[in-house]
Write a protein that binds this ligand. Structure first.
Ligand SMILES: *Cc1c(COP(=O)(O)O)cnc(C)c1O
Length: 429
């Protein structure tokens, strides 16, 4: 079949009703599924047959939504997870264990940074953080013989750096490991990392995919392109027998789907970070308009970024869609149709003015969330990153004066008027 357009996939992907079946994806609100014989069930437990048996591992509603995201990204397999955090954790933990090492861009979401530098370390997995703009040689120097993956965000939250995906993929592949990218902010509507060499994509579906701040969720998509057997010794979890499935070898039994099969059959089984069918249903409703919402987010954000950069009280603006931005050219290459609705900027004065400005917004709300239909703001130094000293903030690339503005899809004039009145409160005039 001809590859369908992204809009068609947003609407129709993942679920094709047969004669007389529900037109809309049903919510399979069932923990379990019925079989006629004990033998039929046994074959499922041995992964000899495919089929549903328990919703912790797989559920038809969740699978349909995962299939939609999979088609949007151009992968061979995908699973939904309970959150973006769970997606990042499973994506990495599916490849490594105690005694292993990963390399990650330092420009990543605060939650991912905690996961990597605190929790993974407790599990015996070492992490080296690298500057995403490091040269290929510098990047390469971070690798060790026990390195199992390279991780980065296509558009970093909250610093809005654009990843050079090709460079990262090249270095990862030179070292015989896959590149995992978190594509949450760009979404597959604006960037498809597999086309640039990434091997695995993760998402916090909580953000633009859901789009309405209704449900926390995540997704992992596998391109199917990484050859596990070519690096047999590095990835024993995929290339040697899994005794919990009678000695099955994922890479042999499932070929290009090995990675997702292992994540589902082994990690979901044992860790249980599954998405509920209710949440998957709501996520699917969000996905149906992703291709319409993203361009509007970008259009509004560009107008806001232009307005901010022309305002004398604005010290700096990071928005890769803005001409003159440090990442403008790279964004044009990887995200020609736009980046997303998130802008990072700083006000003259700094921290105090940032807080004062945010407190006076009326349309824009102060929320922990980002990347949904409603305009919202956050001051990482006071909120998500408040444990860090100013020095530590700078190390994390998060300036103490950084305001993260998530531009929604309201009327741009109203968003600008709101910013303008808050600015007048802070600076007079
Ligand atoms: C929010 C976010 C996450 C974590 O997702 P949750 O759904 O909140 O667990 C991971 N990566 C990025 C880029 C995010 O913005």
């Amino acid at each position: 079949m001809k590859k369908r357009g992204l809009g068609t996939v947003c609407i129709q992907g993942g679920y094709e009703p047969k004669k007389g079946e529900a037109r809309i994806l049903p919510i399979y609100q069932s923990t379990t599924f019925k079989y006629d014989t004990s033998e039929q069930m046994a074959r499922l437990f041995d992964l000899e047959d495919s089929g549903y048996f328990y919703s912790r591992l797989q559920n038809p509603t969740c699978d349909a939504v995962a299939a939609k995201i999979c088609e949007l990204e151009g992968g061979v397999g995908a699973i939904l997870t309970s959150s973006g955090q769970a997606a990042s954790f499973l994506a990495v933990f599916n490849l490594c264990g105690a005694g292993d090492h990963i390399v990650s861009s330092a420009a990543i979401y605060g939650g991912t940074s905690n996961l990597f530098t605190v929790t993974l370390r407790k599990l015996g997995i070492e992490v080296t953080l690298v500057d995403p703009d490091a040269s290929a040689e510098e990047l390469s120097a971070a690798f060790r013989p026990n390195t199992k993956a390279l991780f980065a965000e296509t558009l970093s939250n909250p610093t809005m750096e654009v990843l050079d995906i090709e460079k990262f993929a090249e270095v990862a592949h030179e070292h015989g490991v896959p590149l995992i990218v978190d594509n949450t902010f760009a979404t597959p509507v604006n960037c498809r990392p597999f086309e640039w060499g990434a091997d695995i994509v993760t998402h916090s579906t909580t953000k633009y995919m859901d789009g309405h701040a209704m449900t926390v969720g995540g997704c992992i998509v596998d391109s199917g392109n990484f050859d596990w057997m070519a690096h047999k010794d590095k990835f024993p979890g995929l290339t040697t027998p899994d005794e919990s499935y009678h000695g099955l070898v994922y890479a042999e039994s499932f070929g290009r789907s090995a990675y997702i099969m292992k994540a589902t059959a082994q990690l979901m089984r044992d860790l249980g970070t599954c998405q509920s069918p209710q949440n998957a249903f709501l996520l699917n409703v969000g996905l149906e308009t992703l291709h319409l919402r993203m361009p509007r987010h970008c259009e509004n954000a560009l107008r806001v970024a232009q307005w901010l950069s022309a305002n004398p009280h604005v010290a700096w603006v990071n928005y890769p869609g803005l001409a003159g931005d440090k990442y403008y050219e790279r964004a044009k290459k990887y995200m020609p149709n736009g980046t997303c609705g998130v802008i990072a900027f700083g006000l003259e004065g700094g921290r105090e003015q940032a807080i004062d400005f945010m407190d006076h917004l009326q349309l824009g709300a102060i929320v922990t969330h980002v990347a949904d239909a409603r305009t919202s703001v956050l001051h990482p130094a006071s909120h998500t990153h408040r444990q860090l000293s100013d020095e530590q903030l700078m190390e994390a690339g998060v300036r103490p004066d950084l305001i993260r503005l998530s531009v929604g899809i309201e009327d741009a004039e109203d968003i600008l008027a709101d910013l303008d009145q808050a600015m007048k409160h802070v600076y007079g005039g």
